[in-house]
Design a protein around this ligand. Structure first.
Ligand code: SAH
Length: 236
């Protein structure tokens, strides 16, 4: 996108603007493209199937995103939608659905998840979306794990308190399925030298609650919740 550029929206986006919001020529709106940031645009032509716009000016650049990945075993539909929504709001860089032995959902609908992420981003004035990866099997993921990324493995059987396990630098949080990890999986994760078992306290949490608790602790300890750290250059 760039100042003065013309843009055409079709399908549900066009319908939403013209039929639902009843916006016509001259109406202004904010757009974001997850690459260049947020822009002010003006409608030049509005139909139910096609809305033409002209970019007026840039409002904000794409925001910086802390280098945190969320890896979780997909769960039931309503709850997985909730997880991607909250992860988007909290601001992770990448979301990876992980297939484990006890994962009960073996497919995820990426389009639906992405729609939830976009909606959450719009509602919360985000200018960046997490990257949504294709589902991956746990063993394949562990085999190709990047050397420089700490894997904070949320383990309900114990480990360092999450707050203390978090260190500065690239990280990923791994949350297991409702049935937890098997012993074999636990051993395989433990064999990775970048993995750190981390506890979220003495009470077992549902996977969706564990996701939000873990991301929050990471954001507070190593992310950008501390404005002083951000201004001191703690962000990538
Ligand atoms: N093992 C249990 C519960 C799994 S809870 C069972 O058999 O039903 C789902 C996931 O949430 C776990 O795999 C773990 O990653 C995370 N989790 C839940 N409570 C936790 C805690 N207190 N500390 C760390 N991780 C936790």
């Amino acid at each position: 996108m760039g100042e003065g550029a013309a843009l055409v929206l079709e399908g549900p986006q066009a319908n939403y603007l013209s039929a639902v919001m009843r916006l016509g020529p001259g109406a202004q709106l904010k757009l974001f493209d997850d690459r260049t940031g947020e822009w002010l645009a003006e409608i030049t032509e509005a139909g139910k199937k096609r809305v033409s716009l002209r970019i007026v000016r840039q409002l904000r650049p794409r925001e910086p995103v802390p280098d945190l990945w969320l890896l979780f075993a997909p769960i039931k539909r309503g709850r997985i939608d909730w997880i991607v929504e909250k992860a988007t709001e909290l601001g992770v860089a990448r979301i990876v659905p992980v297939i484990t032995r006890r994962t009960i959902v073996d497919r995820t609908n990426s389009d639906r998840l992405l729609a939830h992420m976009i909606e959450a981003a719009e509602q919360c004035e985000r200018t960046a979306l997490p990257e949504l990866a294709e589902p991956q099997k746990l063993d394949a993921l562990l085999r190709s794990w990047p050397e420089d990324r700490t894997l904070l493995f949320a383990d309900e059987n114990g480990g360092e308190p999450m707050r203390e396990a978090v260190k500065p630098g690239p990280a990923a949080i791994l949350i297991g399925p409702e049935g937890g990890f098997t012993e074999d999986e636990r051993t395989a994760i433990g064999a990775l030298h970048t993995a750190r078992p981390a506890s979220l306290g003495p009470r077992i949490l549902r996977a969706d609650t564990a996701v939000v608790a873990a991301i929050s602790l990471w954001m507070a300890a190593a992310g950008d919740w501390d404005l002083a750290a951000r201004h001191a250059g703690g962000m990538p």
